[in-house]
Structures are given as C-alpha cells and as structure tokens.
Design a protein around this ligand. Structure first.
Ligand SMILES: CC(C)(COP(=O)(O)OP(=O)(O)OC[C@H]1O[C@@H](n2cnc3c(N)ncnc32)[C@H](O)[C@@H]1OP(=O)(O)O)[C@@H](O)C(=O)NCCC(=O)NCCS
Length: 235
C-alpha cells in the first residue's frame, strides 16, 4: 500500500502575525507633534518587513511537496543507511543491517519520500515477548526536511499501520529532538510515558551514553486532536 500525505503542515513558527498586529498598524493614531515622520517611517518599515515575511511564508506553502510513506523494500536499504549516516547523531549500523531490516522488518518500518527522494525513515519491530509493543529502533529525517512534522507523521502512520497498543524507544539524555518527538507522540494520544534507564553505560563495550527506555501507551489508534492540515489521498 502506498499512502500519500501532505505532511508540510504549517509549522508553529510559521504562524502569520495575529490580525491585532495589523489593526494596530492601520489604526488611525495621532502621533505627538514633531514625531509624525518617525512614527510613519517605523510603521512603513515594520509593515514592509511583514509583507516580506508573509511572502516568504506563502512561498514556503506554495513549495509544499507531498511525502509518500511506504514500507521499505530491499533496494531502500542503502537509503536508510545513508540517512542514518548523514544524521551524525544515530549509531550507524552496517549497511548489511539495514538491508536485513528491509527484508525482515519491513512491515514495522517506513520510508518517507518527497518528490521521489528518500527523506526519512523509521525502523521498528514488534517485540517477540510482547507483540502488542512496537519497538522503534531508529528514526531519521534528512536535514533538508527536518522540523516540518515529517518524523511525527511517520510515527503516527507506522503506529496506525501496526495497530500496536504500546510504543517503546530508547533515547539518550542529550537528544532533545528525539525526546520531544516521542513525548509529543504520547501527548497527541493522551498516553502515559514511563521512562527508565535501560542500556546503562557500563553495559556497552565501547563508550556510549545511557539509553533511557520510553514506554508509551496505551496508544489506541486515534489521535486526540486530528492534525488539521493533513489531507490524506491514498492511492
Ligand atoms: C529527531 C528527528 C527524526 C526529528 O525529525 P523532524 O521531522 O524534524 O521532527 P518533527 O518536525 O516531526 O518534530 C517533532 C517534534 O520535535 C520537535 N523537534 C524537532 N527537531 C527538534 C530539535 N532539533 N530540537 C528540539 N525539538 C525538535 C518539533 O518541534 C516537534 O515538536 P512540536 O510538535 O512540539 O513542535 C530529526 O531531528 C533527526 O533525524 N535527528 C537525527 C537522528 C535522531 O536523533 N533520531 C532520533 C533517535 S532514533
């Protein structure tokens, strides 16, 4: 199955200025005598800046691309490895490991493409001892596509497809992006988050920070608040 989603919903930081701001600019005011030119110039300058900003936002919105999500196939293994490698954050496993993943755990993994370019992936598996739990192993989004909701959408999509009741992942303390990604995933479902040290530093044969287990659930299948700008056009 191939699902197409418009994932580039407006980012919170791209919000337009509240109309109250424009009202303030346009409201007839009586500036103190002698300050007329200054006030007028400031208003024009600010107004021009926001016209430019609005133009930029519009340009961004017009350049929205569609992301498609699908389970990876063998030939995607190299893209997964490349994205992991480029992230400079993830533990990069052997290229063989990603090929193996694409063969044996494709059903619990996703690759996202934007305009045909691999833009991100999430790899996971159902825990053999707890098959209602989706363990998310790695998530990566290419630098050009970050902070547009792609990882969040991939997680939502994968959770929905797997139908798991719980989602687990491990996160190191210094990974703010990952921490935010998963706690927001839980919040969208009103789900609990249990955090505990899982792979502590002394367990590793090499230098590695402690990985904290995040167990999220029950996650149900519905989002608490529907994502307003995600229009699905399945094919
Ligand atoms: C973590 C990662 C996958 C996030 O991808 P993304 O597509 O940019 O994430 P999203 O846009 O869906 O953002 C999800 C949430 O995380 C927040 N977030 C994203 N990047 C962030 C950052 N660098 N710092 C803080 N918060 C961040 C977003 O603001 C959003 O929260 P919000 O809903 O409150 O706004 C991406 O930064 C990445 O590939 N990092 C390197 C690999 C990695 O660390 N993977 C996770 C461990 S497996």
């Amino acid at each position: 199955m191939v699902t197409v989603l418009r994932v580039f919903r407006r980012h919170p930081q791209q919000r337009r200025m509240p109309s109250a701001f424009w009202d303030t600019l346009q409201r007839p005011r009586g500036p103190p005598v002698g300050e007329t030119c200054q006030v007028a110039r400031t208003a024009v300058e600010i107004s021009a800046q926001f016209v430019t900003l609005e133009g930029m936002v519009e340009e961004l919105e017009n350049s929205m691309s569609e992301a498609t999500f699908r389970h990876p196939v063998l030939s995607d293994g190299q893209a997964l490895w490349q994205l992991a490698h480029a992230s400079q954050v993830l533990d990069v496993n052997t290229s063989y490991a990603y090929l193996l993943w694409c063969r044996d755990f494709s059903g619990t993994s996703l690759i996202a493409e934007i305009d045909g370019v691999p833009a991100g992936f999430v790899t996971g598996y159902l825990r053999p001892d707890a098959p209602d739990t989706l363990m998310v192993w790695q998530v990566a989004v290419g630098a050009d596509f970050q902070r547009r909701g792609l990882a969040a959408t991939m997680l939502d999509e994968l959770a929905a497809r797997c139908g798991a009741s719980y989602l687990e992942t491990t996160i190191t303390d210094d990974n703010a992006a990952s921490n935010r990604l998963f706690t927001r995933f839980a919040a969208r479902r009103d789900a609990g988050v249990e955090r505990s040290a899982l792979f502590t530093a002394e367990l590793y044969p090499d230098a590695h920070d402690t990985e904290f287990l995040y167990r999220i659930g029950p996650i149900g299948q519905g989002l608490k608040t529907p994502e307003p700008e995600l229009a699905e056009t399945s094919s």
